[in-house]
Structure formats: C-alpha cells, structure tokens
Design a protein. Structure first.
Length: 198
C-alpha cells in the first residue's frame, strides 16, 4: 500500500527468542540503553541476500540510519517491541524528511548479533519481502541494548528508495510547472508535464 508517498510494508519481528510482539509498555523501563550503529556490518548481509534474488545493492545513508536510531531507542527505552511505540511509520518517516521515498521497516528483539537478526528476518515472509523491496537504494540499522529490559536488545532496520529531502523530479517538461500531483500528468499552457518519484 502506498500512502503519502511512503510504502507501508512492515511488520514486527518474530525471532527464535520472541514468540510475539508486545503492543503495550510494561511498568519496567529499560534503562542503561546502549545504542550501536550496525549499518556497515548489516549492509553486506542485506546486499548478499538481495543479490541472491537478482536485486541491486543498497548503501548506508545517515538519514535512514537516524530514522532507525529513533525507532530502536524508543523501543528499548520503553521495553516495547512495536512499530507504533514512537508514532506510526508513515508519520515518523515523513517527519524525518522521507515524504517522497518508498520505505520499509523491520524491527526485532532478543537476537544477539546482526547476523542473527538478519537471518531471523530472512526466515519471516514479511520481513523477507521488506528486505527485497525492489526500489530500495538506502538503508540504516541500529541495535539498542537495554540490559534491564525484557528482551535486552532491540533492532530496527529501515530501507528507502530515496534520501531524505528528495522531492518529485520532472522527467519531461518544456514549461515551468505550476501545480500537480506526483505520478499524474497534467496540462500547463498546452504542454504536458509529468512528475515522478526519484
């Protein structure tokens, strides 16, 4: 589904250690949260998996990584595994500047290593589909450790088709555009202008 220019293709992680996703906060706060950017360790695993399915590689992007950091920290600090803990995905990505990007998110908990987390997502059909998003070009992945929490470690992986702030691009025009919606042609002084996503 596409809404506000962002693909809502995400689902909470189910790993060997997590039977189901928590949807409400517990009374125990995580505390002692340690946050690690694991994007450069993860990108090789993600690209290897994508290559096995004939898809192009993604590269690490600082804006995407910051969006993943926001989600991972929100989950670990509240001891909740949920896409909604810090606001719905569309709103979070729009606020981070990805209004014109296709985006997808995987979250997980309890896995001990980056490889464990990626492999758990590969075994899960919806997470697998997210990592195989054909349009994906950028990614970021964060681990947030909270020793006092229920799961101890939370993970967030986000992939996008464009960087933050990437707006609509005109692919055909011989007149200055005045208005129009992404993905729809319209007439401006008799000249057709077509907006497309980057």
């Amino acid at each position: 589904m596409v809404r506000n220019g962002i693909r809502l293709a995400f689902v909470a992680c189910v790993s060997l250690f997590v039977a189901s996703c928590a949807t409400t906060p517990t009374s125990q706060m995580a505390g002692d949260t340690g946050v690690s950017d694991v994007s450069y360790e993860a990108v090789g695993l993600v690209n290897s998996f994508r290559a096995q399915h004939g898809l192009g590689p993604v590269s690490v992007d600082s804006g995407v990584t910051e969006a993943a950091r926001y989600q991972a920290v929100a989950m670990s600090s509240r001891d909740v595994l949920s896409h909604e803990v810090a606001g719905d995905f569309t709103t979070r990505m729009n606020n981070a500047g990805f209004t014109y990007a296709l985006a997808t998110e995987n979250v997980g908990a309890a896995d001990r290593t980056v490889a464990d987390s990626i492999n758990a997502w590969i075994r899960s059909p919806h997470h697998r589909e997210n990592m195989l998003m054909r349009e994906a070009k950028y990614m970021g992945m964060i681990r947030a450790s909270a020793p006092g929490s229920r799961y101890r470690t939370y993970w967030a992986l986000i992939l996008t088709s464009a960087q933050a702030g990437s707006g609509p691009r005109i692919i055909y025009s011989s007149a200055k555009p005045s208005k129009g919606k992404v993905g729809t042609p319209f007439e401006n002084d008799g000249v057709q202008i077509f907006f497309t996503q980057q």
